[in-house]
Every structure is written in C-alpha cells, then in structure tokens.
Design a protein around this ligand. Structure first.
Ligand SMILES: *Cc1c(COP(=O)(O)O)cnc(C)c1O
Length: 468
C-alpha cells in the first residue's frame, strides 16, 4: 500500500457536516463535526457516519470507465451476495471453515486441469491475495531450489533471475526483497518483450529461473514461452545448465486456455515449473484473489510449506500472510461453476472482439499507430503517428479524462524510452457500446488536439498513471 505519513498541519480541519445529516441530539442539537486525522472523541450515529464516508467517495473515478486497470469491476449480484455471506470467514481457519477450504482446493484442481498439468493430482497450488503474492511464492520456490542445489557454494554465490525488462513491478519487488539479482533482457526496436535467445544468454550457474510473461502489461503481447523453453533446452544441451521457467500468467493464463487452445505455453512444456494468475483480472472476480500452481511436489520445496495447528487441524499452507478473507475464493469457485469453459470462452472472446475492433478503428483515425492489436490479451497500446507534432499521448490521456475515461499514457523502459504510448484494457463489462462512445469522444478530440501549437501536458506524472 502507499506509504503514508502522519497528520500534517492542514489535516487539522474537521469534516464539514451537512446539518441535515445530523441525528436529533438533545444536548447539541445536530451532530458535531468530527476530526479527520485523529480518532474522534465520541461516536457518531451510523447514518451520519455512513453519509460522510459515502459522500467523500463520490469523488473516486467511475470504475467501469477505468480503461487503465486489468482488475474486475463488475460481477453478478449473486456473486456479491455470496461474497457478503463469506466476508466474516478467515481463509486461514481451514479447520473451522472446511467447506471454504474445500472450494479453494477445487479451484486449484480446476486450474491444474486447465493448465494441462501432466498429472493434475500431483500438482500443488494455493490461492493468494493476487499475482504479486503468487509471484513472490513462485520466486521463493525457485530460489530455494537453487540454494539447495548449490548448498556448497551459497551464500558466496549471488542468485539471479532472468526476465524481460517489461515484467510487472512485482518481479522487481521480488528481486529486491529476496536479494536476487534481476537480469533483464532489454527491448529492441519493435520487440517490446523478452527474446528467448537473449534470455538464455543471460543465464549462468546462479540463475534460479527465467520468468516468461503471458500477457505483457506494457502492450498486452504474449511472450514466446515455448520458444523460451526451447532456447533453454538448447542451453542445457550445450552447458548442462537446467533452468526452470515460471510463467507469469496474471492475465493470459485465464485468456489463452479459452481463446488460444493451440498455443503451447503451460505445463505441457516440461520446463514450466510454476504458473500464476490473478483471479481478479480475467479470472473475473472482484479484487483480492490470485493463484499459484507448481507442476509437482519437486517444484515446491517441502520446507517452505507450513503446518500450524493452533486453529485445529494441520492443513499445509504456503502464503506470505496469515489471515485473509475467504469471500474472493468463494467468488472464484462460483465463477468457475457459473461459466464453465464455454462461458469463459464467450466472455473472453467478447473482450477480445471489443479490443481488436476498437484498435482497428483507432488506427483508422490516421493520427495514431498501433503497437499491438488486442489479439493476444484483449489489451492494446498505441501511440501518435509520426506526422503528429502538435500533441502527444499525454495530451490525449489528459483530454480523455474530461469525458471520464481513464486511459494511462506512459513511456517505455530501457532502449525504447523514446516511445510513449496509451494503453486500453478491455475487460468484461467494457461493451461494444461503451467502446463506440469512447471512439466518438476520441474522434471529437482529434481536431482540437491538432489545433494545439505544441504538446501541452507538462506535468506528465499528474496527467496520467500507469497501472500495471
Ligand atoms: C497485474 C500483474 C501482476 C500483479 O498482479 P496483482 O494481482 O495485481 O498483484 C503481475 N504480473 C503481471 C504480468 C500482471 O499483469
């Protein structure tokens, strides 16, 4: 979470209370205004407190118009009811809430099957708070396997993890927090993600693994996981180094199984040791759930698994935190049951159709150039065409905000810092109709932007925000 500071001078102001909100109070008449940055001395009536919090939150953006986020912003009312029914259940209390624990187990089994584990009953996995925690766990397993293999050289030797420079920030966190060197394959020309050959060349005897991303957050493109495994097979033949692959399928592991069945990226590849996904992205569940799976017990060192019995039972767990709500896991199971393969395929195909259709029509506006077309993740990135000099992507992002559209503009990393793009994430709920409205707004803006003397958005940080 954002790292916040304590109260500052201006925080001393009180919340202003509409007198209409105050409950009748025989002593003071209406409710007194509570302070904002220290605990009020006395309670408020529930209706007053509700209204104050509710009013402040009105200023948040409209989540359905947020084209920056990958995270689910709409679920069925039935899912909402189930989540409300489970919000008091702690996921860690496996013995107290055995049915919730069983639903988690079934979700893992379904994912092992969906991702083609050679022996689904040998696969192991768990729910997490999201892909970030799942990636931490997967990275820890890779590191521990390397440490065990290199017990004679460690701690002298420094472990490294190979990845593309386009990885999501969670991998930089993993490397920082667990003191692993991040070896990043830079972008090159129009290649905006990892190159298998270049990744293999970065590997040595201290490489704990290579991360392949199924669905780059920068442009929605799939990294070539099968080619990456082939390059590492060749490396092993040449040098004897046997480097495992982790697939970060935060988005794509819930897209490719339904829309790209011929694409081989998962446990069918012997080198893929583990896979993660965000249940709250294309898994179609509200924020707060991810999944990590390992192909078999060898891929997840036993000593990382904890068995605690103070809640009764001794269910093995692998997690960074302890208490966590059960509601999201229940909602994931509901969604699996509700949609099935055909339902997921239909929902994801619609998102992809919206993405490819919108990308095509944006390209036809002539002022823009597509980097990706939305035909892998239902996500595309585009930039201004070379002849456009009067405005840039930051101006477009800022002006789109006037219509309520949240579309991030950001610059690319190393080797392509010259390139800045806009990215549109098409999720369930961003319908063809909303896409039409978006295109109409963008089309209306173009002539105005062309009349600008030069790009105008100086405070680029404030204009936009890149949401991985
Ligand atoms: C979103 C994302 C993550 C982080 O996932 P959270 O569920 O938000 O923690 C990691 N990797 C990739 C490729 C992502 O898209």
């Amino acid at each position: 979470m954002a790292l916040h500071k304590g109260p500052e001078k201006h925080d001393e102001r009180k919340i202003s209370v509409n007198p209409f909100y105050g409950e009748a109070n025989p002593v003071g008449g209406m409710t007194e205004a509570p302070p904002t940055h220290r605990l009020p001395d006395t309670p408020l009536a529930p209706n007053t407190a509700y209204q104050l919090v509710h009013d402040e939150l009105m200023l948040d953006g409209n989540s359905r118009l947020n084209l920056a986020t990958f995270v689910t912003t709409w679920m069925e009312p039935q899912a909402g009811v189930l989540m409300a029914e489970c919000r008091d259940k702690n996921m860690i209390d496996k013995d107290e809430y055995p049915r919730t624990a069983e639903l988690e187990r079934r979700c893992v089994a379904m994912l092992a099957d969906l991702w083609n584990a050679p022996d689904p009953s040998a696969a192991v996995g768990c729910s997490t708070t999201g892909s970030s925690e799942a990636c931490m766990l997967a990275g820890m397993a890779l590191k521990r396997r390397w440490t065990t293999r290199n017990a004679d050289r460690y701690p002298g030797a420094r472990p490294n993890l190979v990845m593309g420079v386009n990885v999501q920030v969670c991998w930089e966190k993993f490397c920082n927090f667990w003191e692993v060197e991040a070896r990043q394959v830079p972008m090159e020309g129009d290649r905006f993600h990892l190159d298998p050959q270049a990744a293999a060349e970065l590997c040595d005897e201290n490489t704990i693994g290579v991360v392949g991303v199924l669905g780059s957050t920068f442009d929605g493109s799939y990294e070539p996981i099968a080619d990456l495994c082939a390059a590492l097979d060749a490396l092993q033949e040449r040098t004897g180094l046997d480097i495992p692959v982790h697939v970060d399928g935060a988005s794509g592991a819930m897209i490719a199984p339904f829309l790209d069945e011929d694409l081989v990226w998962d446990f069918r590849l012997a080198r893929v040791a583990s896979i993660n996904t965000s249940g709250h992205k294309y898994g179609l569940v509200y924020p707060g759930v991810g999944w990590a799976l390992w192909r078999d017990k060898e891929a997840l060192p036993e000593e990382l698994v904890f068995r605690v019995n103070y809640l009764g039972g001794d269910m093995p767990t692998f997690a960074l935190n302890f208490s966590r709500p059960g509601a999201q896991v229940v909602a994931q199971y509901y969604t699996f049951l509700r949609l099935g393969r055909d339902g997921y395929r239909a929902v994801q195909q619609t998102s992809r159709d919206v993405a490819t259709g919108l990308a095509e029509r944006i390209a036809a506006l002539d002022d823009f150039r597509l980097l990706t077309r939305g035909d892998e993740l239902p996500v595309f990135a585009f930039t201004t065409a070379d002849h456009v000099t009067s405005y840039d992507v930051f101006d477009v992002s800022r002006r789109l905000r006037e219509g309520g559209w949240l579309v991030p503009a950001y610059s690319f990393p190393e080797n392509r810092q010259d390139l800045s793009v806009l990215r549109v994430v098409c999720r369930n709920g961003f319908s063809h109709d909303l896409a039409d409205l978006f295109l109409a707004d963008l089309t209306r803006l173009v002539p105005e932007l062309r009349r600008q003397p030069h790009p105008l958005t100086h405070d680029k940080e404030a204009a936009t925000g890149f949401h991985h």
